[in-house]
Ligand binder design. Structure first.
Ligand SMILES: [Zn+2]
Length: 342
């Protein structure tokens, strides 16, 4: 089985974006604020948006199941207050749940949290619990920077975040550490802010001792771990300077990297530097990079091709990246698959 641990509902029907724009307009002018019930998207519309997009590519490329969460750049936690984020997150999570109901063999949910800058993360717990208990979601996306590029929250190792971590451990769900759109003109959303945040999250964990407090906590750092694998020597050296244990003991029982790296040399480096145990298959399609690579004639985000073409990974190691590691990092996914006889 091939499990893609990183997919977003980037192709939701237009009505969703229209509703969101109306919600944003309603922050300044409450008279135009839409009701949740104003948003009407039929099952047929959902089905079509998936069948002609994500599912079509999954079939063509040969992946089976995608861990599916709301569109990351649209989370935009910096917009409005907690109430705005909370209503928006509930709508987006419900749509992903409906997709998982329509295509139970191909999609399973991961939750967006109703984060808001300066608001206590424990306010996210009711939505998190609903997504796990009622929707059967198997993970969450945790935004380390709800301010959208201004980094006003404490680092991930701070007790500020502990209420979320306690729930994650209680339910056995990992967090993909995933920022949203950048409202800082210095940082392009998917080219700079995403990759910066991946690197920043890794370094925050390196400087702290979070996993002493939460030995079972699991983070997936997306986009191949940002700069971390490429600069592994720097991080090993910094850990040594800071009198931390070896990275294998300090971080790699808890931190995992996905394969959203869009060229062969990048995947080769990732799988050479990072132990195979810590690499999870993902493509993030249909996402930030939708084009075809003129050097290969294939989509940049067709990451399965790079794993297939790897000469350094054995078939057993490839299977670990495709399936085994995801089942270990997402125990609720493993349980859901076992319940279906997989
Ligand atoms: Zn993503």
């Amino acid at each position: 089985m091939i499990i893609d641990c990183h997919g977003h509902y980037t192709t939701a029907p237009k009505a969703l974006e229209t509703w969101r724009n109306q919600q944003i307009a309603g922050i300044k002018d409450p008279s135009v604020k839409p009701k949740v019930s104003d948003l009407k998207i039929s099952d047929d519309e959902l089905r079509e948006s998936i069948e002609t997009n994500q599912l079509k590519f999954m079939r063509e490329r040969g992946s089976d199941l995608t861990i599916f969460s709301p569109r990351a750049s649209f989370m935009a936690h910096h917009i409005g207050d907690f109430e705005v984020s909370s209503t928006w997150a509930a709508i987006c999570n419900e749509l992903c749940f409906r997709v998982s109901q329509l295509f139970p063999n191909h999609f399973i949910g991961a939750a967006m949290l109703p984060q808001s800058p300066g608001v206590d993360p424990k306010t996210c717990i009711p939505e998190l619990e609903k997504c796990v208990k009622e929707y059967g979601f198997v993970g969450i996306n945790l935004n380390p920077d709800p301010s959208g590029g201004h980094w006003t929250s404490p680092p991930l190792t701070d007790r500020h975040w502990y209420p979320i971590y306690e729930k994650m451990v209680e339910y056995g769900i990992p967090a993909m550490v995933h920022v949203s759109t950048s409202c800082n003109a210095c940082f392009h959303t998917t080219g700079a802010h995403y990759i910066n945040a991946d690197t920043t999250a890794f370094m925050q964990c390196l400087t702290g001792d979070l996993f002493k407090d939460f030995p079972d906590l699991k983070f997936v750092i997306p986009h191949g771990g940002g700069a971390a694998p490429y600069h592994w020597g720097r991080y090993r050296g910094l850990a040594q300077e800071l009198k931390k244990p070896l990275l294998e003991d300090h971080l790699l029982n808890n931190i995992f990297f996905d394969t959203c790296v869009y060229h062969q040399p990048g995947i080769d480096l990732l799988t050479k530097v990072i132990p195979v145990n810590n690499v999870l298959f993902a493509s993030e399609m249909i996402g930030a990079v939708r084009g075809i690579d003129p050097q290969t004639g294939h989509h940049f985000d067709d990451t399965k091709r790079y794993i297939e073409a790897s000469t350094q990974l054995s078939p057993a190691q490839k299977q670990q990246i495709y399936e085994g590691n995801a089942r270990r990092v997402y125990p609720r996914l493993d349980a859901a698959l076992k319940a279906k006889g997989h």
